[in-house]
Design a binder for this molecule. Structure first.
Ligand code: NAD
Length: 264
């Protein structure tokens, strides 16, 4: 059984109703961490998900809504975490979206939406979480960047710009907290088979009239030398390590977990 090393801590994982965020929330719950789950989805499904995590891992788990592309929603979410749930010890900035298009065709409102959620929301949640963490003398901020925070791909200008920005913001946050018990690091996954990537597989199947298996193989073949998807469980384990005392001096890194993508 996994040791309950995070018993009594509270983690806010943004965008944790699905995919990587959910994987990390479960990994922390296994270590006894209480959770604030956030993200979109149907209310009944989310309620069942939250209850099942709480029941299975004997932790407190609550859902707090909020469209994190809106500053007012982030401020409201962070205030509820502080006032109602006792303050965020672990902030995982994970919510993110993608839009694929060449720069000259990139819809301006999609650029704004990607930057607002994938980059600005990380700044806003961080600035609002830091005072409580400083007061308690301990904190963990984990920003989910991407292999696209380290290298680029064509047709992903907003995403690549936002994720490179997140890596830079991670370093600045780490420097401003370097003499405290608060650490800030980024995780940079390669391809993970979540709804965000499934959409890209669906487009490829349609455009090229190929099977799901062929589309997945193409996606991996272009970028990920291992030819295997990274799993949400593996990213959860990395996040859990970053929350452990062993990672007290891991500060300001952008940690790839990408099947060799950025080794090339
Ligand atoms: P996903 O689509 O499965 O999950 C995204 C989550 O964010 C969902 O819970 C969704 O409801 C939530 N969300 C979307 N818009 C939101 C908003 N405006 N406000 C609040 N919540 C919102 O995607 P995922 O693949 O799990 O992606 C999670 C993070 O990991 C993203 O930041 C993404 O860029 C990053 N990432 C994903 C991959 C991959 O291959 N899947 C690779 C590298 C990085």
């Amino acid at each position: 059984m996994t040791e309950r090393t995070l018993q009594g801590k509270l983690a806010l994982v943004t965008g944790s109703t699905s995919g990587i965020g959910l994987g990390m929330a479960i990994a922390l719950a296994r270590r006894g961490c209480n959770l604030v789950i956030n993200g979109f989805g149907d209310a009944g499904g989310i309620a069942r998900l939250v209850a099942s995590i709480a029941g299975e891992h004997s932790v407190q788990a609550v859902f707090e809504s909020g469209d994190l592309s809106k500053v007012a929603d982030i401020e409201n979410l962070m205030k509820r975490c502080a006032d109602v749930h006792g303050g965020v010890d672990i902030l995982i900035n994970n919510a993110g979206i993608q839009h694929v298009s060449r720069i000259e065709d990139f819809p301006v409102e999609r650029w704004d939406a990607v930057i607002a959620l994938n980059l600005s929301a990380v700044f806003h949640a961080t600035r609002l979480a830091l005072p409580g963490m400083r007061q308690r003398g301990w904190g963990r901020i984990i920003n989910i960047a991407s292999a696209h925070g380290l290298v680029a791909s064509a047709e992903k200008s907003a995403y690549v710009a936002a994720k490179h920005g997140v890596v830079g913001l991670t370093k600045t946050t780490a420097l401003e907290t370097a003499t405290t018990g608060i650490t800030c690091n980024a995780i940079c996954p390669g391809w993970v088979l979540t709804p965000l990537v499934q959409k890209q597989i669906d487009v490829r199947m349609k455009e090229k009239s190929i099977t799901p298996e062929q589309a997945k193989a193409q996606l991996l073949g272009e970028k990920q030398p291992s030819q295997e998807f990274v799993t949400t469980e593996q990213i959860g384990e990395m996040a859990a390590f970053l929350c452990s005392p062993g990672a007290d001096q891991v500060r300001g890194v952008a940690w790839a977990i990408d099947g060799g993508w950025t080794a090339q």
